[in-house]
Ligand binder design. Structure first.
Ligand code: SF4
Length: 359
């Protein structure tokens, strides 16, 4: 065990990537980076993190910022509830903990959006306390190192990994060790074709000894992909575009969008658009003109979004909102000031690139 720890720490000191949240290990930086890294690739997070810290350098700045601006900083990272949780956590820290992240695992777990993994990451990486963390990289490293014959999410296998990770943290070096494990999974013990020849723990790796490294971790049955067809329509009124702000709950809470929704069985996209406008805004739309079709994915969903221009049937613009908290009529060039879900942002980019709207 000691040799594994030592080899890994030595390797980390020579190979750790120069990441912006590794400059000071301030609890605030660690917290924001860990929330951004949930379900998001490291490469994508770096730019978002730099931009975020520049605009919101501390917790106090988050509490003073307008929610629209926070969502805009997050736009494109997906899983928008994370941004809402950051705002709620910042407010709660200001009210209860003098605007600081507590160095207490149980208190961290009470904060919105902070689960076992993030609390462990803050405790170990920011405060250098001996708390284990498990992410996909660490799961893969352990599945190979100990040649685990069941999927890593299997209850007993998962418990085994937690136990091993906890026991392996060298006294006083949790910060480096946890990061070293994750870094090994990201750079060497990679999902396909692990780079065993340069691995610092190769002499202890049971799956390498058994020649099954490429068969670990054992893959669990994949979750089923769900295909969804949706429609949205850009309504212009007196030269301005209608956008509405989604309600405060749900996957895209508080983001802006063009009205629309899912196709029902037997409906064409045009029929669905007319129905959705009536249901969501009580506006009667008439002429519709196809713009494009956008594909995007989130979690297990693969969305086909049919996009249209549309106009009012009777010229009466008196929206009554049923699926949103407010609406605005904005100039086309103002669309870039609002945070939209990925599909609608792709539509806006399409309009911009094809010159269909002056943005
Ligand atoms: S020897 Fe290979 S399989 Fe084993 S931990 Fe290292 S990179 Fe992963």
């Amino acid at each position: 065990m000691k040799k594994i720890q030592q080899n890994l720490l030595n390797w980390f000191h020579k190979n750790a990537r120069d990441l912006p949240w590794r400059k000071t290990y301030s609890p605030y930086h660690v917290w924001i980076s860990e929330i951004m890294l949930q379900q998001t690739q490291m490469d994508r997070v770096v730019d978002y993190f730099i931009k975020w810290i520049k605009r919101l350098p501390d917790i106090e700045n988050i509490t003073r910022a307008n929610e629209e601006e926070v969502l805009k900083l997050w736009e494109g990272l997906g899983y928008y509830t994370r941004a809402g949780n950051i705002i709620r956590t910042a407010n709660s820290l200001t009210e209860q903990h003098n605007g600081e992240l507590p160095s207490d695992y149980k208190l961290l777990l009470k904060l919105p959006g902070i689960g076992k993994y993030t609390a462990g990451a803050i405790m170990s990486i920011a405060f250098n306390k001996e708390y284990a963390i498990i992410d996909a990289n660490i799961e893969r490293v352990f599945a190979r190192l100990f040649n685990l014959a069941k999927p890593v999410k299997d209850k007993k296998t998962h418990a085994f990994i937690w136990e091993k990770t906890k026991k392996m943290i060298p006294h006083g070096r949790a910060r480096e060790f946890n990061q070293a494990l994750m870094e090994l999974g990201a750079l060497v013990c990679i999902p396909r074709n692990p780079r065993c020849k340069v691995c610092p723990v190769r002499d202890f790796c049971r799956s390498l000894m058994e020649d099954v490294a490429d068969k670990r971790p054992v893959i669990a049955k994949p979750s089923q992909t769900v295909f969804i067809e949706m429609v949205t329509g850009i309504l212009t009124y007196k030269g301005k575009i209608l956008i509405q702000k989604r309600k405060t709950k749900g996957v895209w809470a508080n983001l802006w969008e063009f009205p629309g929704g899912r196709l029902e069985p037997g409906e064409t996209p045009e029929m669905a658009l007319v129905r959705e406008y009536a249901e969501e805004t009580e506006l009667q739309i008439g002429k519709v003109k196809r713009i494009t079709t956008v594909q995007h994915s989130y979690t297990i969903y693969r969305v086909t979004l049919h996009c249209y221009f549309c106009s009012l049937m009777d010229g009466r613009f008196e929206p009554v909102l049923h699926a949103a908290q407010e609406y605005r009529l904005v100039n086309p060039e103002e669309l870039c000031n609002y945070a939209f879900p990925a599909g609608h942002r792709k539509l806006i980019d399409h309009l911009k690139n094809s010159g269909l709207l002056f943005l």
